[in-house]
Ligand binder design. Structure first.
Ligand SMILES: NC(=O)c1ccc[n+]([C@@H]2O[C@H](COP(=O)([O-])OP(=O)(O)OC[C@H]3O[C@@H](n4cnc5c(N)ncnc54)[C@H](OP(=O)(O)O)[C@@H]3O)[C@@H](O)[C@H]2O)c1
Length: 281
């Protein structure tokens, strides 16, 4: 059954759905089946991968086996930290395309800023040039703090369309989101279900879910939508894929929204990955 999913327009004119499928750990034949199911039966059109997930090939195969045409899909990949220097970044983007057997990505993001390594401006220049060559439609970042984005804009004059950040009820990133909004950058939520940790057992969210006849996951994903964030929940299960995208037939009240937002904690990150100091290669 196909779901009707709203779309938003990024500042560069590219449109994307407000919910997509995370694909971390979806690999091989099982991964192809899971992603193809998400496209063909659950109605996902936005698919989030990364060079470091080593599943761009799986994703490309799922896209080709699906019944949906390429131009209806929005496919994302990400540049790893070890390839930030300009020449390596250019080659990695090309390699990402070869791995997926695609002509272009809709979105290509710098995976982590790695501020100690401090080569993210070079990486950004490579993304800008790849966009000019038609290899990428929209360029963005992940895990960038405002100061990192400010340096990108200062050095290149080009602003990311998206910043994909850790975001869930236990870590709601209110000030970072406000900064994005002021700068016309869209927030995308990674680990939107906090990787199914104890947030899924939270009694307040459970109570709200009961009142709407929805599941806790659906309430959390609806909360993401209503705060204006694009979520990319991962699920290998056909039932949960459908559950997660079925959030457009109810709405949370302002009181419900604010009580979920109040669950945030200063140390609410899943793995304590603070982009000011954490680096990933
Ligand atoms: N940019 C970055 O630095 C970054 C970092 C992390 C993740 N990401 C991206 O964000 C995506 C999502 O994040 P994530 O995979 O870390 O975590 P997540 O989407 O918050 O949670 C995924 C986990 O939740 C389970 N799950 C999914 N739907 C459920 C439901 N309705 N009820 C109960 N359990 C459910 C999944 O199990 P089943 O598969 O068995 O359903 C899986 O164990 C990733 O896949 C990746 O694409 C990006």
């Amino acid at each position: 059954m196909e779901k009707s999913v709203p779309e938003i327009t990024l500042h560069d004119g590219v449109t994307i759905p407000v919910i997509g499928l995370g694909t971390y750990k979806l690999k091989g034949n099982q991964g192809v089946k899971a992603i193809q199911h998400a496209i063909d039966h659950a109605g996902y059109r936005l698919l989030d991968s990364a060079y470091n997930y080593e599943n761009e090939g799986t994703l490309g195969e799922a896209v080709r086996s699906s019944s949906v045409s390429r131009d209806e899909l929005r496919i994302t990949s990400k540049l790893p930290g070890r390839y930030h220097s300009y020449d390596l970044a250019v080659m990695t983007i090309e390699e990402s395309l070869y791995r997926a057997n695609l002509d272009y990505y809709d979105l290509y993001l710098i995976h982590w800023p790695n501020p100690i390594q401090n080569q993210y401006i070079e990486a950004w220049q490579a993304l800008i040039d790849a966009k000019k060559k038609g290899l990428i439609r929209s360029i963005g970042v992940c895990n960038f703090l405002p100061e990192h984005i400010e340096s990108l804009v200062q050095e290149t004059g080009v602003k990311p369309s998206i910043n994909q950040i850790e975001l869930h009820p236990f870590f709601n990133q209110a000030s970072q989101r406000e900064w994005h909004e002021q700068n016309q950058i869209h927030t995308q939520s990674w680990s939107p279900l906090a990787r199914a940790n104890d947030v899924l057992q939270n009694s307040l969210i459970q109570q709200i879910a009961n009142g709407h006849n929805k599941t806790v996951s659906q309430v959390i994903l609806r909360w993401h939508y209503q705060i204006g964030a694009i979520s990319i929940p991962k699920s290998a299960s056909p039932d949960r894929q459908l559950e997660n995208i079925s959030i457009f037939d109810f709405s949370l009240t302002p009181e419900e929204m604010s009580s979920i937002s109040q669950l945030t904690k200063p140390d609410g990150r899943i793995n304590n990955q603070d982009p000011a100091v954490y680096e990933e290669f």
